[in-house]
Design a protein around this ligand. Structure first.
Ligand SMILES: [Zn+2]
Length: 199
């Protein structure tokens, strides 16, 4: 259902966030603005990435492979662009380590790079605390709502959870690796496995 409003949004830039993956030809250097990452299983289905909608997921029923992706919001240091960052479970482990050490991801300066420069080659992420005396971080958007806008699904279709700042949380990434292993959808084929977690 469309969300109509009589009030004019104060900052239109926040209405649709750009979803960015690690480029193949250059490092992406940015500071995380969200408190945490959030993740869910996705399919490449109908020429685009869509969330897995278990238990009645058309892509699962069609036997499409799935993979887990993490999402967070970040401010690119060079361009000041505030965007949604997507990475695989493998790459997201570095963020998990940082979060365990620092209690939050907000303020995490990261460098994401594809050393082999392939479009879907493995992403290496390094993290360190940003110097927050030198940058003012914008408030993060609601990641789930931003994703729903990109995926063109109503955010009311997403299960409410207990994420930071009341963020609806379909799947909170508490342990990336085990969650990936746990995902066993109603699969007609015994041979379905998540695709390799390299991009
Ligand atoms: Zn699915």
């Amino acid at each position: 259902m469309p969300a109509f409003s009589n009030s004019v949004p104060s900052d239109e830039k926040h209405m649709a966030f750009e979803l960015i993956r690690t480029p193949q030809d250059r490092p992406l250097v940015a500071v995380v603005t969200s408190e945490d990452l959030i993740g869910c299983y996705t399919h490449f289905w109908g020429h685009r990435t869509v969330p897995c909608e278990q238990p009645d997921c058309p892509a699962c029923i069609a036997g499409m492979p799935f993979r887990w992706h993490a999402y967070l919001t970040a401010l690119e240091s060079k361009t000041r662009r505030h965007f949604l960052f997507e990475c695989t479970a493998n790459a997201a482990k570095e963020f998990e380590i940082y979060r365990e050490a620092n209690g939050t991801l907000r303020g995490c300066l990261f460098n994401a790079l594809r050393p082999k420069r392939g479009r879907n080659s493995k992403v290496e992420i390094t993290t360190k605390p940003a110097d927050l005396t030198r940058i003012v971080l914008p408030e993060p958007p609601n990641i789930v709502k931003a994703l729903c806008t990109i995926w063109q699904i109503p955010s009311t279709a997403v299960e409410e959870g207990s994420g930071h700042n009341g963020t609806p949380t379909p799947v909170v990434n508490s342990d990336v690796t085990s969650k990936v292993k746990e995902h066993e959808p109603n699969q007609p084929s015994q041979n379905r496995k998540p695709k390799d977690q390299t991009s």
